[in-house]
Design a protein around this ligand. Sequence first.
Ligand code: ARG
Length: 460
Amino acid sequence: APTRLWGGRFSTGPADALAALSVSVHFDWRLAPYDLAGSRAHARVLHRAGLLTDEELDKMLGALDDLEHAVRTGEFRPSVEDEDVHTALERGLLERLGSLGGKLRAGRSRNDQVATDFRLYLRDHVRKIVGRLVELEEALLAQAERHVETPAPGFTHLQHAQPVSFAHELLKHVHAFSRDVERFQDWDKRAARSPLGAGALAGSSLPLDPVAVAQELGFDAPVANSIDAVSDRDFAAEFLFCASMLGVHLSRLGEEVCLWTSREFGWATLDDAYATGSSIMPQKKNPDIAELVRGKSGRLIGNLTGLLATLKGLPFAYNRDLQEDKEPVFDTVDTLLLVLPATAGMMATMTFHGDRMAAAAPEGFALATDVAEWLVRQGVPFRDAHEIAGACVRYCEEHGKELWDLTDAELAGISQHLTPRVRDVLTVEGALAARSAFGGTAPTRVAEQLAALRDVVQGH
Ligand code: ARG
């Protein structure tokens, strides 16, 4: 007969349809190592409470080690009869210890157990995610290093706006990703609370020690309210938000890679190892990583909104709805651990064509603002300066000219304020260098920004 964790009050086993709906072991089995860690901590607490003898504790810990090994090697597998990871592992313990195995459940409920396992799993995996994210940051920093002095068109509305240093463009992504790292690290402060000891919802009449358990499992402290301990899934939802925000950042980077590698831009070429071909068009080299990254941000957001919808209006304390917390979180973890190394590899190996960017940088009258600001420095009110610079653009468009080609006479014809000295500001290098206040795109500033960001990323 299957090992169920309940049944005494039932005259019959569950209907097949109920068992099929209820089963979660096919997805919660990945919590097994964390469940075993919780079991070890719980066994020690039962021992200190006088509920396990020295000998029983030894046997219990030995069996848990053996089971952990069997889980790791795949020798112990959950069966379809096991409702969930907790049921499967209790079966493993009973197989090893006989009735002694049944002592471990004292004072513990799957409600506090699953909440504990889930936090342990997520804290562990968030560290992995942050590690992969730092690798992506480092790839972007290394590329930025090469392009501090490379001018590129800067956009608003996807129209040429003002030239910028291309490193400035790359570093904006590193800033976003470093906020993501900080968000994950800040998330951990709130996730680092142990629910174990809350039991079903009210705590236990047995003399357990939630503080010692929390410590053994690497938490900062136990959750201070046993009802909150088994009901709270903020840590899951907040993780999904942090992951969605990261997904949005990855997606915007992905979109830029798609643009930059297009023939029309021609700013970058993907390494062959990070590009894909077409089944019909032999010439194709496609940015599938960038597109998948962009696409997968949608499922990250879906996982967040799905869990929030599950949580909304749930009564306290534990309800079975809460079992629906795991798949979205697992999917988000898996997705990020796929997406991040691919993105880091793509960015690290991409070749940027600084010459193409530099050639395009002044196009589209991208220096018109510099004309207006030059006039401001001559004492012309910006409102008028804007009009005059706009008139220059219109004149150039009508005559097929660039701003820097305007003759002295043409300049004077547009406005008495336009002396030949205005041409001094009509270079891309000058336009970049002039934006030298903090946060600006002047290469000197960008170099400082890069150095500061290196320190930030090192600290991650
Ligand atoms: N599989 C369940 C979950 O993931 C474990 C807790 C079940 N608790 C219960 N009282 N049925 O939430």
